[in-house]
Design a protein around this ligand. Structure first.
Ligand code: ADA
Length: 539
């Protein structure tokens, strides 16, 4: 049995601005973990280094788990660097030897300055802080890690179980399922890869979110993983879960709150998900980064389909083609694929949102990241969301064609005013231009609307205009078999630019295309789309 200690709570803290702090880390005040320091006075909006530190009573080999932090950082134990955090939001396990049993200082040095993978032009705010839970687990020398359980056949309960164990561990392992079924397997040179057919099992889907657990026991270690049995298949334009055709209807969602930033507590994440599920929606595109374990656990349990993607936004040449950047993309794609592998809610893996996919040379990175994910995950459909539409030359590489069209907003030729009723024709035209043998998803679509701006003339930025536009878009997705689903841009208004040229299209510094305000107050479109779903389902 592993012993895990939750390290959330009060940590010592100091903000250092431009100066990278060195050991011993002097701290002057306290802050709470999880939390974003750049939302706290007097550091609001500042970009620089900060240290969180605390004492822990521990010893030997330990696994420090951080459920997302940003924008990047380094972890120290008693002043010695034990690991780095390179990608904002990515849940990370930092494994190190804490030394003798006793009191040790854990310090997390964070920096919220923009970096190679989080650029200042991204249309979402880059928060500095620890976004999720921090736990510390004592582990043995031959510890088990990277357990990956995939469904090979949903009809028979055939599973593939892969795991690694440190120290090139070789030896017996017991596999014990929650159903009571158990079997034996072997680790050889630190790796195990077996097929198991579970005699009694329940399938996972949006409507039946049944979960199972698998405990892997060796002579020295024992880990338990939660997973779901479900199989995703693509058939022409359709996405099938356990043989049944599904239609994805939901939202893009940022992990963001005006006062808490990216460190949303579980209650607030659950409130978002309940609102979505109770509203009749079944899907979230986790734009544009790794999702916290807490969020994925909730989606697993509540039955909500998730598209998860790597951190990124509109990367362009020459960066897109630089070897360093490409190496970082492969690295984060690999880490993300392993870290969220067992969540049945993830049915699509995405990367490189809105890249320059109209250029032939971009195919290299698109193919390389696809292959990296596929080398770890043999089954989950992989794709990227494109805004290059008919010009995109990379749709043959990916499994699903995903487009972010904005008829009626950026594309004003295809609006939905009384004189321009062209939203559905544009979606049809786009769909018809895409390969027929792959599912077609509308990954982003929407319009800005300022909460409270009601206008009978349905002017742009009014709640009425947004409601009318989204009704057209969702109706298209529901009524047309050529479209496997839609994720509205987006769930709630999200803090974006604070200054700089882009803010002029972002009233209040927020991306206001939320169907809810940043405090989750519904705009008119929320009721319109909810009603539409209810009526369609009733038919
Ligand atoms: C893009 C992008 C989103 C958001 C959106 C918008 O499609 O992927 O992150 O910025 O545009 O609101 O303009």
């Amino acid at each position: 049995m592993r012993l895990t200690e939750n390290l959330n709570g009060i940590w010592d803290f100091s903000y250092f601005g431009d100066d990278k702090p060195g050991y011993p880390f002097a701290t002057t005040e306290v802050l709470c973990v999880p939390g974003c320091y750049d939302l706290m006075e007097p550091y609001c909006g500042k970009r620089g280094y900060a240290v969180y530190k605390r004492q822990v009573f521990t010893g030997g080999l330990v696994d420090l788990f951080i459920d997302g932090a940003g924008l990047d950082g380094e972890v120290f134990c008693d002043g010695k660097s034990v690991g780095v955090l390179k990608y904002a939001y990515l849940p990370e396990h930092i494994i190190f030897d804490a030394g003798k049993e006793g009191c040790h200082e854990i310090a997390i040095v964070l920096c919220n300055k923009y970096n190679e993978v989080f650029e200042p032009y991204f249309d979402f705010h880059g928060y500095g802080g620890i976004y999720g839970d921090v736990t510390l687990t004592r582990i043995p020398a031959d510890y088990i890690h990277s357990v990956m359980i995939s469904t090979e056949d949903y009809l028979t309960g055939k599973l593939r179980v892969r795991a690694s164990a440190a120290n090139n561990f070789s030896g017996k392992a017991e596999l014990i399922f929650d159903t009571g079924y158990s079997t034996c397997a072997e680790f050889a040179d630190g790796a195990m890869d077996v097929e198991v057919t579970l005699p009694e099992f329940k399938l996972w889907s949006e409507k039946t979110p049944n979960l199972h657990t698998l405990t892997i026991k060796t002579a020295t270690d024992e880990v338990t993983e939660t997973f779901g049995i479900r199989q995703i298949k693509l058939d022409g334009r359709n996405i099938l879960i356990n043989g049944e055709k599904i239609k994805l209807v939901g939202f893009n969602r940022h992990e963001s709150h005006p006062e808490i930033g990216a460190a949303m507590p579980p209650q607030l994440i659950a409130a978002d998900l309940r609102m979505l599920k109770n509203g009749g929606f079944n899907y979230i595109r986790g734009s544009h980064y790794a999702q916290r374990k807490t969020m994925l656990d909730l989606c697993d349990k509540m039955g909500i389909y998730v598209w998860e993607e790597t951190l990124g936004w509109d990367f362009k040449a020459p960066k897109l083609h630089s070897p360093e950047f490409q190496a970082a993309q492969l690295d984060q794609a690999g880490k993300l694929t392993v870290s969220s592998f067992n969540h049945p809610c993830i049915i699509i893996k995405g990367y490189l949102n809105e890249n320059e996919s109209e250029k032939e040379e971009t195919r290299v990175i698109i193919k390389a990241v696809y292959d990296k994910i596929r080398s770890i995950d043999p089954h989950t459909p992989i794709t990227f969301a494109s805004n290059r539409y008919e010009k995109c030359v990379c749709t043959d590489i990916v499994d699903i064609v995903a487009m972010n069209p904005y008829p009626g907003w950026y594309d004003s030729k295809h609006g939905c005013t009384s004189t321009n009723d062209n939203v559905k024709p544009r979606l049809k035209e786009l769909s018809e231009a895409m390969p027929k043998d792959k599912p077609f998803l509308i990954t982003e679509i929407g319009a800005e609307a300022l909460l409270g701006f009601r206008d009978p003339l349905k002017t742009y930025w009014s709640e009425e205009y947004q409601a009318e536009l989204l009704k057209e878009c969702v109706e298209y997705a529901l009524d047309n078999d050529d479209c496997a689903g839609i994720s509205i841009w987006h769930f709630a208004d999200t803090r974006s630019y604070v200054s700089g040229p882009h803010i002029f299209g972002r009233a209040r510094g927020f991306n206001n295309k939320g169907i809810l305000s940043e405090y989750r107050q519904p705009k008119m479109a929320w009721y319109t789309v909810k009603e539409l779903l209810k009526n369609k389902k009733a038919k």
